[in-house]
Design a binder for this molecule. Structure first.
Ligand code: PGA
Length: 249
């Protein structure tokens, strides 16, 4: 695992976006794993800039998002489909047929999850996956005590995650209770992962992810045994690290 600590949020976003851009240039038909939440926003902004100013070409890229709320239609402004369109897809030349996001309105959720796994395999597997991390150490919607071998499935959101996400909804009642999420095992099958974290509210989760024992209690700790994982954090998110060798490039 490569630990990279940068001064602030802006810097980690620049480093992550550059890694994505370099990878897309090297493999134009790559398969990207994408995430929602506040953390990747700066990365997407920078990727849009590179697309506009440096001709980064997404025309052959395929994308798979980590998760989606159950029960929110695509046009709902808090659905992850809407988020991705607004913050990335509407601004780059990715082909609409190359975008994959679980369908939280599917009538048969179990079938939708199986189908999603199948689509990832048919695309050749995910080359590069971006990950945020919850303050409780979740990755995607794999909450504490999720099986570390899990595949795409429906999960109940914890109260903590619902509270963390309530800021995007009018009231707590409107925050969905369920989501479809790639499993920890699905994420671990990606050839590379970049986990990003910014801010002191993530310092506990990063401390555990980097220095703690691998445990389903903190699902992100599984990245310790990923073959090609980068943990890219700012100083505030790194503030509780004590033992890890701090690499600054
Ligand atoms: P955030 O969420 O980027 O909005 O902090 C991350 C996550 O919950 O995975």
């Amino acid at each position: 695992m490569l630990l990279m600590i940068r001064e602030n949020y802006e810097e980690i976003c620049k480093v992550a976006a550059q890694k994505f851009a370099d990878f897309i240039r090297k493999k134009p038909n790559c398969v990207l794993g994408l995430a929602t939440g506040s953390t990747p926003l700066g990365v997407y902004k920078e990727l849009i800039r590179i697309y506009q100013e440096e001709n980064l070409d997404f025309s052959l890229v395929q994308t798979f998002n980590l998760d989606e709320y159950v029960g929110l239609p695509w046009e709902h402004d808090q659905s992850y489909y809407y988020f991705m369109k607004k913050n990335l897809f509407d601004h780059i030349n990715v082909h609409p047929n190359s975008i994959h996001i679980p369908n939280g309105m599917a009538s048969d959720i179990e079938q939708e999850c199986l189908e999603y796994e199948k689509q990832i395999i048919e695309a050749g597997g995910i080359d590069l996956q971006i990950l945020g991390i919850g303050s409780n150490g979740h990755i995607a919607f794999n909450e504490p005590f999720s099986s570390l071998g899990s595949r795409t499935r429906i999960k109940t959101l914890t109260e903590k995650t619902r509270q963390d996400n309530a800021r995007f909804f009018k009231s707590m009642d409107e925050v969905p209770k369920y989501a479809i999420t790639m499993g920890v095992g699905t994420i671990m099958d990606s050839r590379s992962v970049i986990l990003l974290a910014s801010g002191s509210n993530k310092s506990w989760a990063i401390k555990n992810t980097v220095e703690g024992p691998i445990t389903a209690r903190v699902p992100a700790t599984i990245v310790q045994i990923h073959r090609h994982a980068t943990v890219l954090v700012d100083r505030d998110a790194a503030s509780e690290l004590t033992d890890a060798i701090k690499i600054s490039e």
